[in-house]
Design a binder for this molecule. Structure first.
Ligand code: SF4
Length: 214
């Protein structure tokens, strides 16, 4: 059943999410772009809360890209052994540091960021948003992957395809903020089980709500 895809004015419908969440602190507690880059690599298939916990000790020892580039595998393993898939992530961080060398060289375009090991479109979109540069895509994390199809703005389970549909339906001036805003909605309201429809500020346009009579 395709209730809204053609008729809904998604730009108008989803602007309230941007108003609500714009400026809200990112769930990863970073203090600069170097820290964010390291933390997005580490947080893949781990939790933001866990990475926030181990980050202070890591950054005390490796405060910038220069220091990271000099780190050996044993030193990194000592601090990151509890991170899921830390072996691969350590290799990626070493390759990134070797390539970038200094914080000032951290790239800010989709092409350059996704050319780095361990950085996909999702991470690149997060880094570009936090760097304040013009967006080239829309952040699609696990929450957006769940919420966008519930809303009816996108179909499927593939992040790249969901991102493409969001980009087709929303104007570019919304790209930088809307991914994180939908993600926050997913974290706070549109939970995997028992979504809080009655508290949801976009329930009036939500396909899931209409179909399930919520
Ligand atoms: S109305 Fe319910 S299903 Fe739709 S986005 Fe809001 S919480 Fe999620």
């Amino acid at each position: 059943m395709d209730l809204f895809n053609e008729s809904t004015d998604w730009e108008k419908a989803l602007r309230p999410l941007i108003t609500k969440y714009k400026g809200k602190q990112h769930p990863l507690h970073y203090h600069n772009l170097y820290q964010l880059m390291v933390m997005v690599v580490l947080s893949a298939q781990d939790s933001d809360a866990h990475i926030n916990k181990i980050a202070p000790a890591f950054f005390e020892k490796f405060p910038d890209m220069k220091a990271l580039a000099k780190a050996n595998t044993a030193q990194l393993t000592e601090l990151l052994s509890e991170v899921r898939f830390h072996g691969n992530k350590i290799t990626w961080l070493q390759e990134i540091a070797e390539e970038i060398k200094e914080d000032k060289n951290i790239p800010k375009t989709m092409k350059e960021l996704t050319a780095l090991k361990g950085i996909g479109r999702k991470s690149a979109n997060v880094i570009m948003r936090e760097a304040g540069v013009e967006p080239e895509g829309i952040l699609v994390d696990l929450h957006v992957l769940r919420v966008a199809p519930r809303l009816g703005i996108a179909k499927g389970k593939d992040a790249t395809k969901i991102e493409k549909q969001l980009m087709e339906k929303l104007p570019k001036d919304m790209w930088g903020e809307i991914g994180m805003a939908i993600s926050f909605l997913g974290r706070e309201t549109c939970r995997p089980t028992n979504p809080k429809h009655s508290e949801c500020i976009v329930s009036n346009v939500c396909e899931y709500c209409l179909l399930h009579n919520k």
